[in-house]
Design a protein around this ligand. Sequence first.
Ligand code: HEM
Length: 142
Amino acid sequence: MDIEGLFDASYVRVLSREVEGQSFFEAFYERFLVASPEVAAKFRDTDMARQRAMLKKAFYHLLAFYASSHADYYLQEVAISHSRAHLDIPPALYDLWLETLIDTARDFDEQFNDDVELAWRLVMTPGIVYMTFHYDRDGPSG
Ligand code: HEM
């Protein structure tokens, strides 16, 4: 199975359309914010338009990490910013993040199926492991 190819094609499809007047990242954050009061509290003072743009950029680095197993400087910085000492994003919230992402992709990609879902999960997982691994650690390693 061509994991990267399946992911790339699905990602192009989800970005190319709106569902109920919302873009993919708008729909993702709307769902994520209501998924848990802890998430809503974390984003209480956040400019969500800026946040959507930052996550879109971060996706490129997650995909690069999946492909290369090498955490670039950007991913190191994002991992540090989310650690206990900074934004304090506990690992359990990443499970919710991934499930919300998959649910949103399912609604945006008309060709979504089990192979596509597995591709999304496989591409996202190394980056999530990298970030949660650093939750309680001070410095980056990559
Ligand atoms: C792999 C998963 C994730 C990625 C790639 C990601 C990416 C990012 C990026 C790029 C930023 C902006 C730059 C920075 O602050 O480092 C950010 C900020 C932030 N993220 Fe994440 N994030 C992820 C998971 C989460 C989760 C699970 C939460 C849980 C609530 C979260 C909450 C936040 C908050 C609160 C901010 C700061 C918002 C602000 O500036 O007001 N992130 N994230």
